[in-house]
Each structure stands twice: as structure tokens, then as C-alpha cells.
Design a protein around this ligand. Structure first.
Ligand code: URA
Length: 427
């Protein structure tokens, strides 16, 4: 039984820069989930938290209260250890697709509960739904059976997992309160701890295409999440990775599935392969299997076998032709020189405007829409050569997509200085 409080008392305490007590936090999260604290009151509290912050104790208690709002899953009956990965969201970030089957092929079970895209970042479920027949919803029993049999599952989080977060996330999205570090950290970690994974690797994105544009803010978010996971008994590490340039050569649902399959077949863009292997090594270490080399497993074809089994187990046809968009528009290089910058946010916005993402929760997405780029920063390009191809079913979308790419890349004679993909490791 939580002690009763008054919503205004809790809001005013945080508005005036005070710390919330454990009992205030337990009460407000529970009362909001149950509906007796209103959306207006929770919006005011979320804004007070964004402006005045929370200390470690408050964030840990808030996370625990969100976990307690729903069910906890339990994978202890599985015959192998579990490891999961969470990315804070980026452009062209399809890494979950090759990573989950790769780590499964290395002998570690991957229970990957994923979401749909909102705004300029794509969602893993939207990408996989471009595979004919594939279904995102599994019961807890189906999930466990697939984890034991195939070793990897990527599916939608059920309604029972951290329902307080589902309600609060939707509210933050429309009240300008997404960016609060205590709220992001507790949102992500409540779901991951409730999911019951034994170890967790966080891919915290930094740069124009990420929530966190600055390295120190990303580091603060990563440290907060690593502490929350560790305190809850989940072995947690974080990699800070660059998101000023989009990953790979594609952004969009079916386009990213195609690129992921190329990686599983032993090819694919070097940065996607590098990040997949870096995260796989961390996941294997967290699960106590650092003896396995994921690069060898990738080149052996075993990860591709796991991918095919994972897709088939959820009704998908791994051999089906992927959907393509009806219309294409090619952007050519306006000059010759070195491509020194391709902005992740510009590409993400263009892909979203072409129909790969949704404007509001519940909208549909186009499977074939998105952006392909034919050069990466550091590549030499010749005036007139295709630089980007835009894909959509609705050609009236091209103008707005082209507008978002305005100023989104530089071609120059200046020397190109690459930034490393993995910027730091916390944990
Ligand atoms: N992803 C989440 O699940 N929650 C956030 O608050 C931000 C990113």
C-alpha cells in the first residue's frame, strides 16, 4: 500500500527544486497509471523534472515504480544466458537486425523487445514488417519457445510491460518533455529490467541525428542508465557511438532489411559491420561468452541461418522479394570533390517525409520508402554522378524531402578527417 499524496503537492515540490520522497514517487507513478493523476498534472510534473532534474535516488525509485506498474518477464528457465541491446535511436540504425541472429548463433539468447519509429528515427518493428508475413506480436509463451528453439526473438513489447512508461512516453512526446535525462533513462531501463535480460548493452547515439547532440549529455545519460541496470542486477555497459552521419547506405524499412541481409551474407557497408561486431562482442562478454569470435560466426554463415529461422518462426518468408517504392528521384553531385559531410538529421527527415516514418502514433508507414546514398563521407565523387536516390509511393512527397536535404551534405577539396564510430565505453 503506498501512502497517499496530493498531485499538486508533488508538482510544487519538484517545481521549487526539491527532491521527491520515495513515497511521493511511488504514489504519483501508480496514481498516474491508474488514472487518478491526470495527464495535465503529469505534464506539469514532467516539465518540472525536465527543468530541475532528479538525483540518482529519485531516478532509481522512479524506474522501480514504472517496473512495478506492470509484469516482469523471467527467462531463467532457458538453457542459455540472455543478452539484449538497446539503441537510443538513430538514422539508418538497422543494427538490431543482423545483431540479434548473430549473437544467437554465438550461443546467447537475445530477447529483443522493440518499438515502432516516431519522428525521424526508424523503428525496428516497422522495418521487419516489410518482410511479407512477418508478425510483431507474440505471447510470452511463444517468445520463450522461440528463444529456446531459435535463440533470438525481435517482437513488440506486450501491453503488460511497464504500462506507466507507455502512458508517460506518449504524453512526453506531445509536451516537449522527451529530452529529460531522468525520464529517458527511467523509460528505457524500466522496460529492459522488466523484460528480464541477464545482461544489456546500450548503444547511446551522439550527434545531429540523435536525441543527445552533445557528447557530455550522452555520457551523462549512459552513466545514469548503466548505474540503474547495475543496481538492478543486470550486467550493463554502454557504447557512445557517432550519429552525426547516418549508418550504412540506406534509411527506410525494406531498404534497411535488404542491407542487413547483405551484412549477414558477409558483405554490407563497413560501418554497419563494425558496429554490429562491436556490440556483439559486448553482448557476448556480458553473457560470459567472450570465448566466441562473432566475426568468425558471421563469416561462417551461421548468423544467416539464425536470421532465416527467426524470420520464419514469426511467419515471415526470408526468401520473399522485398517491397520497393513505386517512384524514385535521383539527386546528383553538384560538384566534384570529397564528400566531407552527410548529415544524419537531414537524411532521417527526408526518409520520414518520403513515408518511411509516421507523423503521429497509429499512422501507417510505406515499406519501400526511404533514402539510399551512393557515397559516404570520405568518398570522392564526380559532378553529375548519383549521390542519393529517394524512394516513395507518393511523388508529391519529393519536394519536402528534397527541402530537408538542402544543406545536408558538403563536397569540397578540403582534407577529410573521419570521426571514430565508437566514441567511448561506459561500464
Ligand atoms: N526510448 C525510450 O524507450 N524512451 C525514451 O524516453 C527515449 C527513447
Amino acid at each position: 500500500m503506498t501512502e497517499a499524496h496530493d498531485a499538486v503537492e508533488v508538482i510544487v515540490a519538484k517545481r521549487d527544486g526539491g527532491d521527491l520522497s520515495d513515497s511521493q514517487i511511488d504514489w504519483v507513478v501508480d496514481a498516474y497509471t491508474g488514472g487518478s493523476v491526470t495527464d495535465e498534472q503529469m505534464s506539469a510534473l514532467a516539465m518540472a523534472i525536465l527543468l530541475n532534474g532528479m538525483d540518482r535516488r529519485e531516478i532509481a525509485r522512479w524506474t522501480a515504480a514504472m517496473i512495478a506498474s506492470g509484469e516482469r518477464m523471467d527467462f531463467s528457465s532457458l538453457s542459455r544466458p540472455t543478452a539484449d541491446k538497446h539503441s537510443t535511436g538513430g538514422v539508418g540504425d538497422k543494427i538490431t537486425l543482423p545483431l540479434a541472429p548473430l549473437v544467437a548463433a554465438c550461443g546467447v539468447a537475445v530477447p529483443q523487445l522493440s518499438g515502432r519509429g516516431l519522428g525521424h528515427t526508424g523503428g525496428t518493428l516497422d522495418k521487419l514488417e516489410s518482410i511479407p508475413g512477418w508478425r510483431a506480436s507474440l505471447s510470452n509463451e511463444e517468445m520463450l519457445a522461440q528463444l529456446e528453439g531459435v535463440g533470438a526473438v525481435i517482437c513488440a513489447a506486450g501491453a503488460g510491460l511497464a504500462p506507466a512508461d507507455k502512458k508517460l512516453y506518449a504524453l512526453r512526446d506531445v509536451t516537449g518533455t522527451v529530452e529529460a535525462i531522468p525520464l529517458i533513462a527511467s523509460s528505457i531501463m524500466s522496460k529492459k529490467i522488466a523484460e528480464g535480460t541477464g545482461s544489456l548493452v546500450l548503444d547511446v547515439k551522439v550527434g545531429t541525428g540523435a536525441f543527445m547532440k552533445e557528447l557530455d549529455l550522452a555520457r551523462e545519460l549512459a552513466e545514469t542508465m548503466v548505474a540503474l541496470g547495475t543496481d538492478a542486477g543486470v550486467r550493463t555497459v554502454a557504447l557512445l557511438t557517432d550519429m552525426s552521419t547516418p549508418l550504412g547506405l540506406t534509411a527506410g524499412n525494406a531498404l534497411e532489411v535488404r542491407e542487413s541481409v547483405e551484412v549477414l551474407a558477409g558483405g554490407g557497408p563497413a560501418d554497419v559491420v563494425e558496429l554490429t561486431l562491436a556490440l556483439a562482442r559486448e553482448m557476448l562478454a556480458g553473457a560470459g561468452r567472450e570465448d566466441v569470435d562473432p566475426a568468425e560466426v558471421l563469416s561462417s554463415g551461421a548468423a544467416m541461418d539464425s536470421w532465416r529461422a527467426m524470420i520464419s518462426a514469426q511467419g515471415g518468408d526470408p526468401d520473399a522479394t522485398l517491397p520497393t517504392a513505386r517512384e524514385q528521384h535521383v539527386v546528383t553531385a553538384p560538384a566534384s570533390g570529397v564528400l566531407t559531410r552527410l548529415d544524419a538529421m537531414a537524411v532521417g527527415l527526408a526518409s520520414w517525409r518520403l513515408g518511411a516514418g509516421r507523423a503521429k502514433l497509429g499512422d501507417g508507414v510505406q515499406a519501400g520508402a526511404g533514402v539510399e546514398w551512393h557515397a559516404r563521407p570520405g568518398d570522392t565523387v564526380t559532378e553529375g554522378q548519383p549521390l542519393l536516390t529517394l524512394h516513395t509511393d507518393e511523388p508529391e512527397r519529393f519536394d519536402r524531402a528534397l527541402a530537408s536535404l538542402d544543406g545536408g551534405f558538403d563536397i569540397s577539396e578540403a582534407a577529410y578527417h573521419p570521426t571514430p564510430l565508437v566514441l567511448d565505453r561506459i561500464g
